[in-house]
Design a protein around this ligand. Structure first.
Ligand SMILES: NC(=O)c1ccc[n+]([C@@H]2O[C@H](COP(=O)([O-])OP(=O)(O)OC[C@H]3O[C@@H](n4cnc5c(N)ncnc54)[C@H](O)[C@@H]3O)[C@@H](O)[C@H]2O)c1
Length: 258
């Protein structure tokens, strides 16, 4: 349980981040959810508050240094400068082919999906240091360890997050901050919508055949956001007192069939 813990989650207006907010709040934490989507993050926080959870919202672009500083000032004021858990979850999907990839797009994906993990962690480090059980959990991806067509920007960033997790775990150990990452496989969020607007990846014939019927996903279903949230909660709690620098695949076994 996470009674009395103070938790900050980025990219939590919807999808996996929102499921993490619900899971950690249900375990007793006070949760600050952060997202670039002002309307959706406030609607999400209001709904969770109405259900009796201690959840607040902040509108922040995690690539913007000034907005991160303003968020740090809010954490300092609101929680007397103490933070127990930071979940770096915000990201964007990118399926640009090599032929169409521009320098600007590649750098943008690195900025949102990887660089923000570093800048958010450094901004919250003074507050995490004051916790007696500080945790950082980075949401990476199965695409941080394998490739697939048209994913060089996204996969590079997620691979970077996995090794940044290791490097930060080493550097922050003396501060008592444990750093781990989680790698979802196929999850039913808006990231599973096909980029050309033609439908949902999990409803396609190829997904149903290869991944479900022929068992490329041994557990024979895509994940729900709550599947990821429950696994992530392990890294936030007391059960994870001697684990740092690791990544956990939460993918229904798909990485074991490759
Ligand atoms: N859905 C999947 O199949 C899947 C698989 C592997 C990894 N992941 C990872 O899980 C995490 C959550 O993804 P999701 O599937 O819930 O996607 P999602 O698109 O539903 O949620 C991502 C959230 O991040 C926010 N965001 C984007 N850019 C931001 C920025 N600059 N500043 C602040 N917030 C920003 C979005 O507004 C959105 O609310 C991501 O890190 C993603 O890469 C997802």
């Amino acid at each position: 349980m996470l009674d009395g813990k103070r938790v900050l989650i980025t990219g939590a207006a919807r999808g996996i981040g929102a499921a993490c907010a619900l899971e950690l709040a249900a375990q007793g934490a006070a949760v600050l959810i952060v997202d670039i989507d002002d309307e959706e993050v406030n609607t999400r926080a209001d709904a969770l508050k109405r259900s009796g959870y201690a959840v607040e919202a902040a509108t922040v672009d995690v690539t913007d240094a000034e907005q991160i500083q303003a968020l740090a000032a809010r954490v300092e004021e609101r929680w007397q400068g103490q933070l127990d858990v930071l979940v770096n979850n915000a990201a964007i999907l990118d399926g640009t082919s090599l032929d169409e990839l521009t320098r600007e797009r590649f750098l943008q994906v690195q900025d949102v999906n990887q660089n923000s993990v570093l800048w958010m962690t450094l901004a919250m480090r003074p507050f995490l240091r004051r916790s007696n059980a500080a945790r950082v959990v980075n949401v990476a991806s199965i695409l941080g360890v394998v490739g697939t067509p048209d994913c060089v920007s996204y996969a590079s960033a997620k691979g970077g997050v996995i090794n940044m997790t290791r490097a930060l775990a080493v550097d922050l150990a003396d501060d008592g901050i444990l750093v781990n990452s989680i790698c979802p496989g196929f999850v039913d969020t808006r990231m599973a919508l096909l980029p050309d607007g033609s439908g949902h990846e999990h409803e396609t014939d190829w997904f149903k055949d290869i991944y479900i019927k022929y068992g490329r996903i041994p557990l024979k279903r895509a994940a729900q956001p709550a599947d990821i949230a429950r696994a992530l909660a392990f890294f936030c709690g007391d059960g994870c007192g001697y684990v740092t620098g690791q990544y956990l695949m939460v993918d229904g076994g798909v990485s074991s069939t490759m």
